[in-house]
Structures are given as structure tokens and as C-alpha cells.
Ligand binder design. Structure first.
Ligand code: FMN
Length: 241
């Protein structure tokens, strides 16, 4: 399939064929492809939980409000944000970027480029990701607003903004996964209709992580897609300036 065929094939499938199962290794490969999605500052603060165990699937269906797609799917993938891992990820990305500079930068630029990387991952990342019962976020907003009086600044630094930042990147990974699944001829349905507290309980996740999307997977059953696709006219979306 070319990209347009993949995008056309992908539909939100609400009912799956009970007789046909997916190859879990292929689903895992689609999750690997999702790791190629871009993330903010390359921080990669997301995880995917691939559920194939029937008992866990039925507990997840309950946590997903009993939606038909979750009751009939053969496997499920849950996309989760892990903002709490910012320290170790910043360290790993910094080390990789320094290696890259050392291997590929001209000798006279190396020191300055490495200093910039250290400033970003040892300075900016702790500044934006550190949390302290909402106080760190409020302080960041204050500092940023003052700086913003004098020059352009990235203003989205509150605790709520940072949650959005990690959900955005995680959603890009989830979207990449949906495309990869389509390419295999596998069906999916992105969901946000779930009880996040119960989903975390079923998966044994810490309370502070975020559930971006639950994705039931399988082969579409007859009637699994509700009608023709509806989209507003392109003029609603497209604005050329
Ligand atoms: C973030 C997000 C959340 C969604 N939540 C649900 C959901 O809880 N239940 C459901 O049946 N479909 C859900 N959907 C699927 C949409 O309803 C569906 O994508 C939309 O109607 C367009 O249909 P299509 O995907 O077949 O093009 C969700 C989609 C997205 C992107």
C-alpha cells in the first residue's frame, strides 16, 4: 500500500472478527516503528503496553467503559506518557548527542556544540520538567513571563503545558503505530473513552503517568466500521498565509 492507501484503509473499527487473531510479533514491530516518531527535544517520554492476555483484555474492556471495540478486540496497545523519566532520558539523549558531535563536528566547533547540548539537557530540561506540587510550574511561568517582556520565549512551561507536551509526542507515536498497523492490513480504533485510574490499575502503572490512548487491535468484522467516512471540507482545515 502507498501512503494514501494506508490512510484510506485506516478506519476506527468498533467490532472485530472473533475468528482471526493478529501475529503479536507484527504488532510489536509496529510499536518499534512507532519509536521512529518525533518527540519533543527527542525526550521519548512514552511507553506502549501490548496486551495479549485474555484476562487482562477483559479487565481492560471494563476500564474502557465496555466499548464494543474493547470487548471484541484480540489485542490491545496502550500508549502511556512517562514524564517522570525525564532525568534518565535527558541523560541518554545528551550522551548520544555528544557522541554525534564528537564523531561528526569540525574540530574547532566541537567544544561550543557540546556546551550547548549540556546547557539544553542539563539546564533547560530540568527547568521545564521538574515538578513540585505545581509550584515549580508556577515559578517557571513567572520567570518566563518576565523574560517574555524583552524577547520571544517558549511560554508553554506550566505543569499543565508540560503534560500537554508529553501527550503530544505520545500521540504522534500512537498515530505512527496506527499507520504501521494499517500497512499490515491490521485494524485499530484509537480511544480516549476510558477510566484512566482503572486502566493504570489493570496495567500496574504509577498514578502520575498519563494514558494518552488505548488502541484495540484486530481484523474488522462485518459492520465493524460505522458508515462512510465524514470529513469537513478542506477549507475548514487549510489556511494559506
Ligand atoms: C483521540 C481520539 C479519541 C477517540 N476516542 C474514541 C472512543 O473513545 N471511542 C470510539 O469508539 N472512538 C474513538 N475515537 C475514534 C473517532 O471517533 C474516529 O477516529 C472518528 O470518528 C473518525 O473516524 P475514522 O477514524 O474511521 O476516520 C477516538 C479518536 C481519537 C483520535
Amino acid at each position: 500500500m502507498n501512503l494514501e492507501q494506508i490512510l484510506t484503509f485506516r478506519r476506527a473499527v468498533r467490532k472485530y472478527d472473533a475468528q482471526r487473531d493478529l501475529d503479536p510479533e507484527k504488532v510489536k514491530e509496529c510499536i518499534r516503528l512507532a519509536t521512529l516518531a518525533p518527540t519533543s527535544s527527542n525526550m521519548q517520554l512514552w511507553e506502549a503496553y501490548h496486551i495479549t492476555d485474555p484476562d487482562t483484555l477483559s479487565r481492560m474492556a471494563e476500564a474502557c467503559l465496555g466499548q464494543g471495540s474493547t470487548r471484541t478486540c484480540k489485542q490491545m496497545v496502550v500508549f502511556v506518557t512517562r514524564q517522570d523519566k525525564w532525568k534518565s532520558h535527558a541523560q541518554a539523549v545528551l550522551e548520544a548527542n555528544i557522541r554525534e558531535v564528537e564523531e561528526n563536528s569540525p574540530e574547532d566547533r566541537k567544544a561550543a556544540r557540546i556546551a550547548l547540548q549540556r546547557q539544553y539537557y542539563n539546564g533547560r530540561m530540568p527547568f521545564v520538567y521538574r515538578r513540585c506540587w505545581g509550584l515549580a510550574g508556577a515559578l517557571r511561568v513567572l520567570i518566563t513571563r518576565v523574560k517574555g517582556l524583552f524577547h520571544p520565549v517558549a511560554r508553554q512551561v506550566s505543569e499543565a503545558d508540560m503534560r500537554t507536551v508529553v501527550h503530544k509526542s505520545c500521540a504522534l507515536a500512537a498515530a505512527t503505530f496506527l499507520m504501521a498497523m494499517s500497512e499490515q492490513g491490521y485494524d485499530t480504533c484509537p480511544l480516549e473513552g476510558f477510566d484512566s485510574l482503572r486502566v493504570k490499575k489493570v496495567l500496574g502503572l504509577p498514578r502520575h503517568c498519563g494514558i494518552t490512548m488505548v488502541v484495540p487491535c484486530g481484523f474488522r468484522a462485518p459492520g465493524g466500521v460505522r458508515g462512510d467516512r465524514f470529513r469537513l471540507p478542506l477549507s475548514e482545515f487549510y489556511h494559506r498565509i
